[in-house]
Design a protein around this ligand. Structure first.
Ligand code: SF4
Length: 174
């Protein structure tokens, strides 16, 4: 219910995302993994992102790069686009009643003027050691940026393609 309502306003969600990053960063010096602080963050993240995004507490949030659709709700946990089994109605091959997360991601991203183009980025492999920890805390402490050796981000490529991404969106409207 809440999930369906908030996903009608993906641009609003990216504004909230920016505010959250700013707000949490105010407390950066007190943010340490473990202990009471992390337990509080985990609890707060569960009660907010749970109903809004069906958050699975992966600890390495990529929502703003995936059109505000949580890729961990995909039954295959695919963080880099859909599998080959998307049904012709845009639904999941494993859970036919559920719209494919990546269809939701595309629909959200095209309505996100700030971060929508990040859908073109390749998301790093998920670090499962962060599961059930706070993604906000991990973002502020840099824990979520510890990628496998040799990993290279393609953010600059995605940024270069940003105008084409939004041009495609405009074409799709006409
Ligand atoms: S923290 Fe992970 S599981 Fe939760 S919304 Fe973000 S991507 Fe999804």
């Amino acid at each position: 219910m809440i999930h369906d309502i908030v996903h009608r306003y993906p641009h609003f969600l990216e504004v909230v995302y920016d505010f959250t990053v700013w707000f949490v960063s105010l407390f950066r010096r007190w943010l340490k993994p473990g202990g009471v602080t992390e337990r509080f963050f985990v609890w707060f993240e569960r009660i907010t992102k749970g109903p809004m995004f069906h958050c699975q507490m992966c600890g390495q949030c990529v929502l703003h790069s995936t059109g505000m659709a949580c890729p961990m709700t995909c039954p295959k946990n695919l963080r880099n686009g859909p599998c080959g089994g998307v049904r012709s109605n845009g639904h999941c091959e494993v859970l036919p009643e559920m719209k494919c997360v990546w269809v939701q991601a595309w629909e959200g991203a095209r309505r996100m003027p700030t971060y929508g183009y990040e859908l073109l980025m390749i998301t790093p492999p998920h670090n499962w050691r962060l599961a059930n920890s706070s993604s906000w805390l991990n973002m502020m402490t840099g824990r979520d940026q510890e990628h496998p050796r040799g990993w290279v981000t393609n953010h600059d490529d995605a940024l270069a393609l940003k105008p084409y991404f939004y041009a495609t969106v405009e074409e799709g409207k006409s």
